[in-house]
Design a protein around this ligand. Sequence first.
Ligand SMILES: NC(=O)c1ccc[n+]([C@@H]2O[C@H](COP(=O)([O-])OP(=O)(O)OC[C@H]3O[C@@H](n4cnc5c(N)ncnc54)[C@H](O)[C@@H]3O)[C@@H](O)[C@H]2O)c1
Length: 320
Amino acid sequence: MSKRVLVTGGAGFIGSHVADRFLAEGFDVEIVDDLSTGNRKNVPEGAKLHELGVGSAEAARIVETGSFDNVIHLAAQIDVRKSVADPIFDARTNIVGTLTILEAVKRAGSKARVVFTSTGGAIYGDFNTPPNAETFPKDPESPYAISKLAAEYYLAYYGRLHGIEHVALRFGNVYGPRQDPHGEAGVVAIFCSRILSGKPLTIFGDGLQTRDYVYVGDVARAVFLAATSAIPPAERVDARAFNVGTGVGTSVVDLARMLQDAAGSSQEIDFAPKRAGEQQESFLNVGKAAEKLRWKPEVTLPQGLANTFKWAAAASVLQS
Ligand SMILES: NC(=O)c1ccc[n+]([C@@H]2O[C@H](COP(=O)([O-])OP(=O)(O)OC[C@H]3O[C@@H](n4cnc5c(N)ncnc54)[C@H](O)[C@@H]3O)[C@@H](O)[C@H]2O)c1
């Protein structure tokens, strides 16, 4: 009999690549997504979509009765600015939504391994000198980062007290095909869209701020390995947490230039005032994922940017 996975947020950017990966590995794939930022078009053929909110009783019933081997929990409020404007909505989706899933897994007998998707870009804050390792102190700078870290603590608690197998993956800045250029997140998607519409690439601040850009195909492979590999015992909150990035910080100016090269574009770059609360340096130590999950990023930034721009160009032709 095929193994079964539930992917929450599977109609979104990363979730749809995760669903692709599990289908390719022979899993039966079901998706819970309310399509708030996701799109039905992203749901791969062969996956079954339940159009539901993660905090709903119906979604909980699916988790409880679906005999899943894995629950990959990606559905979330992902917009940092929205979390600042409406922290209660953020907490409802990201904390209560996660708790609803964990309670349902517990009621189902704690058999399914839960892979939670957290953020390595936001929970470590500005007080550490990167590359940030999993055990570094956490100083989340936004309600979004607080809700992700809170969910990680619940995960660790459910692991210790209720025996729920879990992994928390702390992603860097994920980019690649299907990322929505209309949100606040996703500078690569935004820059691709600006090149294609002949607009300048706007950089906030001096452009020297660094981020750890990791390709979505590599991230989907990390999720699959986290779901299927041997994992450390449930101890402190960091025990089953893994950074997923490249270990390299790239400045926004360098990113913009690399994307221009990949796109064969000479679109102008302009500068706007620095945004309040923006971290200056952020990149991840990914040694633990390499050692314990046998995961390493494979797609270089120039390759990944070329793939992403090619996809964005094809998508914009289809839309026009
Ligand atoms: N993109 C990144 O760089 C990045 C970095 C760190 C962590 N993450 C995490 O990865 C996950 C996926 O992010 P993404 O970039 O693919 O974003 P996305 O917006 O494309 O995907 C989120 C999906 O969740 C769905 N969703 C949102 N609220 C829901 C709810 N209440 N009920 C059901 N479905 C709901 C959306 O419709 C969407 O399909 C999120 O948990 C995010 O916090 C992303």
